[in-house]
Design a protein around this ligand. Sequence first.
Ligand code: ATR
Length: 272
Amino acid sequence: TDRYAVIGHPISHSKSPLIHGLFAQATGQDITYTAIEAPLDGFRATVEAFRASGGRGMNVTLPFKLQAFEIATDPMESARLAGAVNALKFDGERIHAQNFDGLGLVNDIQRNLGVSLAGKRVLICGAGGATRGAIVPIAAQRPALIAIANRSADKAHGLKTDFAGHAALQTGGYEDLAGESFDVVLNATSTGLSQAELPLPAGVFAPGALAYELVYGKGLTPFLRQAQAAGVTQIADGVGMLVEQAAEAFEWWRGVRPVTRPVIDQLTVPLV
Ligand code: ATR
């Protein structure tokens, strides 16, 4: 039996053990997958102990995604560009690292929600870690435009520099969006966890737009309510992204691709 785990602080709410347990069952893989809470000052030691006891790989969640990048000996390009890691694979002394969040997001939008990003105008709200992970996977689908709006416009402008050569970005504050509209609007800010609304100008949602909240399990967030009030009918939260990034990690570790739809259906909380 090969051992895997998700590491974070706190970790009790993580859905990853459930998701990977369902994947293992469905694919007949002989693994265990547990949740490990590391002390805030003990990330590296906890990873080392898990590896020394035969652990094969880990998912990494808040607040350790940056530290996980630092302990990686072999960060893949996805992790290097995001500056953050959400999956580790142990291989002798080597620690391979990936960030599957962005790919999970793109797979959810295109395969599960049936919205192709090619040729579309895409707006990402926020300029933190979630946005960093999403940029390159979205750019790979050849959208017409990727715009990034952030409360602090300077932080958005910083992404334009950081991703130069990987993605052409239009960056600014929310007020700069006046008069523009987008086919896909993603909320990658942390407002999904609070009650804060984004100062989105009227008209930011194009007719038929998809509004996507990266947070999951919070029902109708302020962003999704804003979208609905603007007439958007296609809304989604991040449950599919969560399951799709897990599927990428599972395949990376085990070489077997699990089917995601039944797991997404099991985890979906209605958007009301
Ligand atoms: P994550 O890793 O989840 O992206 P983060 O790096 O802390 O988290 O980034 C949080 C994002 O949410 C930022 O883009 C932040 O905007 P600022 O850079 O201007 O702080 C955004 N955010 C948080 N609270 C917000 C609010 N009330 N209104 C608008 N944006 C908010």
